[in-house]
Design a binder for this molecule. Structure first.
Ligand code: FAD
Length: 230
């Protein structure tokens, strides 16, 4: 934590527990990574969506060596990374009191390049497994040329904050007799049936595919034990 990551607005919604921060990062799929781009004469902010992975108290980012964002970040440009989970729409009896339930994390700092081969391979596997848990063990190892041709950055999670809204409708007392429907519309990641490519058509769908989910216990409306998908 730091002055820069101390919540000023609604500080009661701050979550200081590191495990809770890690849980949000582990559940999220996309990070929005911001930095100041451009040259000295024409600096401008840019925010780019990226995949990421957490390992302990660090976050990994990766991409093509040509990526402007990765090139600037590895040269020392500070980054600000945001991950947001939307949990519900909050419908109140006035427009002003409509809201969203969410958990979000903002992390700031300077990323450095991961150059050591084994560490880089581990980080790349972590990136695969973040998105599809258990996947890296089911696919071939990365070729050296693939590892060399990918930039991996590591960002310490030393300076980060979490904010969460988890309560129900907060209506003005005068509005409570209003007939408008009020309550929550819960939101989650919707998961469809896996669609095999031509080479996998007819093959048994492995568990890490059939039971892919995001969030604790979420099967996103699918039956808990789909038939024939063990
Ligand atoms: C869900 C998701 C996950 C992604 N994961 C990764 C990842 O892990 N690693 C990775 O390298 N890239 C990832 N990308 C692509 C990434 O968003 C960038 O397009 C890419 O990294 C190139 O970045 P750059 O800074 O070199 O972009 P540049 O091409 O240099 O950006 C120039 C301009 O192009 C526009 N632009 C760039 N990217 C986007 C975009 N995604 N959407 C709209 N406009 C854009 C912006 O206006 C930007 O200022 C992901 C994209 C999405 C949507």
């Amino acid at each position: 934590m730091s002055d820069r990551t101390e919540l000023q607005r609604k500080p009661a919604r701050a979550v200081m527990d590191r495990d809770a921060i890690h849980a949000v990062l582990d559940e999220g799929l996309v990070a929005h990574v911001g930095l100041i781009a451009g040259d000295d004469d024409t600096p401008h902010p840019v925010v780019i969506p990226m995949l990421y992975a957490r390992d302990g108290n660090v976050m990994y980012l990766h991409g093509a060596p040509a990526s402007r964002l990765l090139r600037m970040a590895k040269k020392g440009a500070e980054v600000c990374v945001t991950v947001t989970l939307l949990d519900a729409l909050v419908l109140a009896r006035s427009g002003l009191n409509h809201s969203m339930n969410y958990r979000s994390v903002v992390a700031m700092g300077t990323a450095t390049e991961v150059s050591e081969h084994d560490e880089k391979v581990a980080a790349l596997n972590r990136l695969v497994d973040h998105t599809i848990p258990g996947r890296s063990a089911q696919i071939r190892a990365a070729h050296d040329v693939e590892v060399k041709g990918t930039t991996v950055l590591v960002l310490p999670l030393d300076e980060c904050s979490m904010k969460a809204r988890t309560v129900g409708v907060l209506d003005d007392p005068d509005d409570l007799d209003d007939p408008a429907w009020a309550g929550l519309i819960p939101l989650g990641v919707a998961v469809g049936e896996p669609l095999p490519d031509d080479g996998s058509t007819g093959a048994t769908v492995p568990g890490h595919v059939a039971f892919w989910s995001r969030g604790p216990g979420q099967l996103n409306g699918r039956p808990a034990e789909p038939e024939g998908t063990t």
